[in-house]
Design a protein around this ligand. Structure first.
Ligand SMILES: CC(C)(COP(=O)(O)OP(=O)(O)OC[C@H]1O[C@@H](n2cnc3c(N)ncnc32)[C@H](O)[C@@H]1OP(=O)(O)O)[C@@H](O)C(=O)NCCC(=O)NCCS
Length: 340
């Protein structure tokens, strides 16, 4: 018998403040910046996004998503023995958002009368920007298969609204805030027919400057520009090829054919990138999960948000084969193939 990892629950959370394109167009117009609902929809597929209020941090969004994921898995906070948070918008420079989340989950469990929370289990962040969730799931899968974790919370959580330059219309219309989480558990069985079937992650730092937030903190002051910078057309061109290679790599590693694939859950950055990737793989739109119109690009949160959405609206069913894939700053990219 071998140990494999399997997603047993999903959850997500969006902050309540929803901004339509028109809301954003009006706010930008007040600053003399011109954009339109038509331009945003046509170039990106985005119609709305959610922004967290100033006092809400990534760990708050992550907390809500985790509570929902644990409920859907039928697990308690005290069952959790590993927490990995993928984020590029952490609550603090340190400690990690994962440790802050761990404490919030523990406090909530104790307040509800539990004897234990999740205190003591390993908790750490992964920083791979929009590929963060794919990286985090890959690490969690390896730890579960190695026997060092049995019930992991793997989370993507972002407040990208904090790092947007609202004077730059080429980027500020693209991103949103949110969180998604999965419970990943160990299962033992012969062969390898269920759970995570294959993972594939990569990075190439030579592309670090086409998508970055170059500021840092020095002597208590922000040094450099702490807002997101992107060469959109260069990112677009690179993303399609990298997503295609990651998707093909996990299919090849697992021996699953494209015909056997039920669902593609791509990183939700731009509908045209998703359509180009699906076309290269010869997948019809009925096999691609799309939430970008409602969420915008929520970076590391986008894949678990889309996955949870598709599970809870009945698109993705137990036993189906699902390909998750992401690409992001660094550049980083990767894919995870799994049977739900
Ligand atoms: C950003 C992106 C939507 C821009 O679309 P595009 O078709 O490449 O558009 P361009 O950047 O070539 O700009 C075309 C024109 O639209 C203008 N424009 C840019 N943003 C605009 C906006 N919000 N509203 C109106 N016009 C805008 C540009 O100034 C340019 O005008 P010009 O031709 O007069 O110079 C697209 O490049 C993209 O989605 N890239 C990938 C982004 C991404 O997914 N990033 C995350 C990866 S993890």
């Amino acid at each position: 018998m071998n140990i494999y990892s399997r997603i047993t629950g999903t959850g997500s959370y969006l902050p309540p403040n929803r901004l339509t394109n028109q809301d954003l167009v009006d706010q930008l117009a007040a600053k003399g910046i011109e954009t339109s609902d038509e331009w945003i929809v046509e170039r990106t597929g985005i119609s709305a996004r959610h922004f967290a209020s100033p006092e809400v941090s990534s760990s708050d969004l992550a907390f809500e998503a985790c509570i929902r994921a644990l409920k859907s898995a039928g697990r308690a906070v005290s069952d959790v023995d590993l927490i990995i948070v993928a984020t590029s918008t952490p609550d603090m420079v340190f400690p990690s958002t994962a440790t802050i989340l761990q404490h919030k989950l523990t406090q909530a469990a104790l307040a509800e009368g539990a004897e234990h929370g999740a205190a003591g289990c390993p908790a750490f962040d992964v920083q791979a920007v929009c590929s963060g969730f794919i990286y985090a799931l890959t690490v969690a899968d390896a730890m579960v298969r190695a026997g060092s974790a049995h019930c992991a919370l793997v989370v993507g959580a972002e407040v990208f609204s904090r790092i947007l330059d609202f004077n730059d219309r080429t980027t500020c219309v693209l991103f949103g805030d949110g969180a998604g989480a999965v419970v990943l558990e160990a299962t033992r069985h012969e062969g390898h027919g269920s759970g995570i079937l294959a993972t594939d992650i990569h990075a190439d730092g030579k592309h670090r400057e086409i998508l970055c937030t170059p500021g840092t903190v020095v002597g208590g002051q922000v040094m450099g520009d702490p807002t997101l910078k992107m060469d959109g057309p260069a990112v677009f061109k690179l993303a399609v090829g990298l997503l295609d290679s990651a998707a093909r790599a996990v299919l090849e590693k697992s021996g699953v054919s494209l015909e056997e694939l039920d669902w593609l859950v791509p990183h939700q950055a731009n509908i045209r990138i998703m359509q180009s990737t699906a076309k290269k793989l010869k997948l019809g739109p009925d096999r691609v999960v799309v939430t970008v119109h409602e969420h915008g690009n929520t970076s590391a949160a986008s894949i678990p948000l889309a996955l949870d959405h598709a599970v809870h609206n009945g698109q993705i069913q137990e036993g189906q084969i699902v390909l998750l894939e992401g690409v992001g700053g660094g550049f980083t990219w990767g894919a995870v193939l799994l049977r739900m």
